[in-house]
Design a protein around this ligand. Structure first.
Ligand code: HEC
Length: 97
């Protein structure tokens, strides 16, 4: 499924869960800067194993307030992501062990 189609589906039926961790990672552009599962990381920052390194609260804060944890980090804030999607994304990252 292409990102555009995924967005259309997500918008047309907000009550149903049409998103998944990998789909969110693709849609939110994480792989522009991070590597995952064999895809190269532009800056050398791999998300593989992140669930072993960071707790769930730390993962969530990394997404909503990246500079609170790492001053000056060139990562956008994802505080705008809908709560359900954010929970799914954090859960997915948590399972990357
Ligand atoms: C514009 C580039 C960019 C984008 C887009 C980006 N990140 Fe990052 N992210 C970074 C950089 C740079 C770091 C710091 C890495 C380091 O210093 O090891 C980072 C760190 C992280 C960390 C670790 C924070 C910590 O305290 O160790 C997580 C988790 C993370 N990113 C997840 C994501 C996810 C998930 C997405 C997509 C929703 C995303 N990032 C999008 C650049 C980006």
């Amino acid at each position: 499924m292409g990102p555009a189609l995924a967005v259309i589906l997500a918008c047309s039926s907000p009550s149903e869960q049409e998103f998944s961790g990998p789909e969110l990672i693709g849609r939110l552009g994480c792989l522009a800067c991070h590597g995952l599962g064999g895809s190269a990381a532009a800056g050398g920052f791999y998300l593989d194993g992140i669930g072993s390194r960071l707790s769930r609260p730390a993962l969530k804060e990394s997404l909503t307030h990246p500079r609170r944890r790492r001053p000056g980090v060139k990562m956008p804030s994802y505080a705008y992501v809908r709560p359900g999607e954010l929970e799914e994304l954090v859960g997915y990252l948590e399972r990357l062990k």
